[in-house]
Design a protein around this ligand. Structure first.
Ligand code: FES
Length: 152
């Protein structure tokens, strides 16, 4: 154990504390308290967190999700009802087999994962804006209509 050495480095219990004992360099941050802003970060610093917001139009709700979140999962997690009566009684649990988790994407379709072959098969009679929520990953802001009418 070394305390108060000449180079003002103090080692206590294996922790190196530089300048703590000298009194000359005790000021860690020369700025007055409360003056640092996020703009002080270097330009290359990535944002701390990015999110995708999912607007459920009929329910008038906005749900925040991490990019890559499954649309069906986020809806269910937030109490958004995706299923009509038949879908509630019998759905495949998110495996793309029943076609009952249909949603209509009214904004931000470009922020979703590409439509899968399963969706192409299950949604043949639906408009191109329809997706199976269980097969859809959200990467940015979208607006979603749940339980869309079969014909538009
Ligand atoms: S839950 Fe069955 S296809 Fe999505």
């Amino acid at each position: 154990m070394q305390i108060g050495s000449e180079d003002s480095t103090t080692v206590m219990s294996g922790i190196v504390m530089s300048g703590m004992m000298s009194g000359a360099n005790n000021q860690v941050n020369p700025q007055p308290a409360g003056t640092a802003t996020p703009d002080d970060r270097p330009a290359s610093t990535p944002p701390a967190f990015s999110s995708a917001d999912i607007k459920f139009v009929k329910e008038d709700r906005i749900v925040f999700a991490a990019p890559g979140a499954n649309l069906r999962f986020k809806a269910m997690e937030n109490g958004i009802d995706l299923y009509t009566f038949g879908g509630k009684m019998m759905n495949c649990g998110g495996y793309g087999q029943c076609g009952t988790c249909v949603v209509d994407i009214v904004e931000g379709a470009e922020n979703l994962s590409p439509r899968t072959e399963v969706e192409d098969r299950k949604l043949k009679k639906r408009p191109a804006s329809c997706r199976l929520a269980c097969q859809t990953l959200v990467n940015g802001s979208v607006s979603v209509v749940t339980k869309p009418a079969k014909s538009r």
